[in-house]
Design a protein around this ligand. Structure first.
Ligand code: HEM
Length: 166
């Protein structure tokens, strides 16, 4: 859609008029954006531990994968609670379809990392092949959720503060 067409749409105009400032922030810096690095890094670390376990059969990597999966899940739940507060409290975030796309991808991600951790707790030697498959799926959904989260900031300007200082 061209800029002219966009500027003429009353629906787009009504959405863009709504406030997109972060409601859960420290000195204007969104806490969610600071928190998401932990589940992203830990989900990728789980995949790394599983690949090393597959390659070396060293039980150290099995234990490392269990801990990485557990902390990936715990930090993903924490980050999601803050993200959900933003979604529900800020009208301009709530009104954008992109926010809901991100939330759905993120919930899929949280479910996969939770399952990945639970399977490792409940089933001995669960890494090969189920754990490895779940870790690979978790890494894919990290990318999907992260991509859509980044769009909220970079394309929609969610939570951005423009300083009047030089
Ligand atoms: C239901 C759960 C979630 C909701 C409702 C949600 C919502 C949001 C919102 C509103 C933003 C814009 C920034 C802000 O206002 O804080 C955002 C950004 C972002 N989110 Fe989420 N989020 C959720 C879970 C997650 C999870 C689990 C991840 C980890 C993969 C994630 C990754 C991101 C990323 C990477 C950004 C961009 C941050 C940046 O570029 O600095 N989100 N999310």
């Amino acid at each position: 859609m061209s800029d002219t067409a966009t500027s003429k749409s009353p629906i787009i105009a009504a959405v863009t008029e709504k406030d997109v400032s972060s409601a859960v922030a420290i000195a204007g810096h969104p806490i969610h954006a600071m928190a998401v690095h932990f589940p992203i890094a830990l989900a990728v670390a789980t995949l790394g531990a599983d690949v090393f376990y597959w390659w070396s059969a060293d039980p150290f990597w099995e234990r490392a994968g269990l801990w990485a999966a557990g902390f990936a899940f715990a930090t993903a739940v924490g980050a999601s609670l803050v993200g959900t507060m933003e979604l529900l409290m800020v009208p301009g975030i709530r009104a954008r379809a992109a926010s809901w796309t991100h939330a759905i991808a993120a919930m899929m991600f949280v479910s996969i990392v939770g399952l990945n951790w639970g399977v490792r707790l409940a089933v001995p030697n669960a890494v090969l092949p189920l754990g490895l498959v779940l870790s690979a799926l978790g890494a894919v959904f990290t990318g999907l959720a992260g991509w859509h989260g980044g769009k909220l900031i970079l394309h929609h300007g969610v939570g951005i503060m423009v300083s009047d200082q030089e």
